[in-house]
Design a protein around this ligand. Structure first.
Ligand SMILES: NC(=O)c1ccc[n+]([C@@H]2O[C@H](COP(=O)([O-])OP(=O)(O)OC[C@H]3O[C@@H](n4cnc5c(N)ncnc54)[C@H](OP(=O)(O)O)[C@@H]3O)[C@@H](O)[C@H]2O)c1
Length: 281
């Protein structure tokens, strides 16, 4: 009998993450729905089970991608119960501790800018680094980073940064860290326009997704022929983040789920605009 595949979905308690959990479970994947808030996560699993999914297909484990102390618990949980990991789908969003969208979209303070990079870029990176060893034990490992059309390189006015971020053969994680520091410095000093960064109100979100895309490509190169690593823009999807405009989540989850279930000869290091491969520019 074929072994059941196991997926971790971050930010699985609502929105697109919740729907990715539902669709993966319907594909007979064992889903570990993670959420930073335990009660919101448990509620989400109850809701999925109420939708008639086979009950053992979705289980909850707490994970705050910003909190390094929550990672070892998840790693140990997967080792104990499943021994390896097949799919990692990473979603996050700049929200406050009550789950409300921060006014970062309309008024962006320096603290919010920092917070956004810490969650969207460094949080994703931390989870990836912690779970790669378990993914390497899978026969068909996949990493899916949920990005945005905002993360296309065309949103970076500075041509030098744009070229560097597109030059995957020479780009390094250290150089991305340096660019993040430059961006933070310019945000603080009100020099975003002068130094060719995207402007507020959504500059931090935009650069976090640009850097996430570059990191996706670096990881695809690093794990070439070992792990398929891709990023997906889900489209404009009706969730709290989009203030409930856009397509239904069942549509928005299609691209990420497709990337999670790619065949072994599928692409790696690409950007999907929903279900279609598109340019990073
Ligand atoms: N909706 C769209 O139109 C759209 C378009 C392009 C890209 N996206 C991308 O799609 C992804 C999901 O967005 P969505 O629309 O589904 O938004 P959403 O409904 O607001 O969900 C965001 C999820 O991220 C979780 N999260 C936030 N900070 C976290 C942390 N530190 N650790 C773990 N989880 C955390 C939230 O948990 P809490 O409930 O605890 O806050 C929530 O589950 C995001 O990466 C977003 O950038 C969405």
């Amino acid at each position: 009998m074929e072994e059941k595949r196991c997926a971790v979905v971050t930010g699985g308690n609502k929105g697109i993450g919740f729907e990715i959990c539902r669709q993966l479970a319907l594909n007979n994947i064992q889903v570990i729905l993670t959420a930073r808030n335990e009660s919101r996560g448990i509620e989400a699993v109850k809701k999925l089970n109420g939708l008639g999914l086979p009950i053992p297909n979705v289980i909850f484990h707490q994970l705050d991608i910003q909190d390094p102390t929550s990672m070892p618990h998840l790693v140990q949980f997967i080792k104990t119960h499943f021994k390896k990991l097949d799919i990692l789908a990473l979603l996050e969003q700049l929200v406050d501790e009550n789950g409300d969208i921060l006014p970062g979209v309309s008024e962006q303070t320096y603290e919010m800018v920092e917070e956004c990079l810490k969650t969207n870029y460094y949080g994703t990176k931390r989870v990836t680094e912690a779970l790669v060893p378990l993914l390497q034990l899978s026969k068909s490992p996949r990493i899916v980073n949920i990005t945005s059309v905002s993360g296309l390189l065309s949103h970076i006015p500075n041509d030098k940064f744009k070229e560097e971020l597109d030059d995957i053969d020479n780009l390094t994680e250290e150089r991305i860290d340096e660019m993040i520091q430059l961006f933070l410095r310019d945000s603080k000093a009100d020099k975003l326009r002068e130094n060719g960064w995207p402007l507020a109100p959504a500059s931090a979100y935009t650069v976090s997704k640009v850097f996430l895309n570059a990191y996706t490509r670096l990881m695809a190169k690093k794990f070439q022929n070992k792990i398929l690593v891709n990023c997906v823009h889900p489209g404009l999807v009706k969730t709290d983040m989009s203030l409930n405009s856009g397509v239904h989540v069942s549509e928005g989850a299609k691209g990420p789920v497709m990337a999670a279930l790619l065949p072994d000869d599928g692409p790696s290091g690409v950007y999907f605009d929903q279900t279609q491969i598109a340019s990073f520019k």
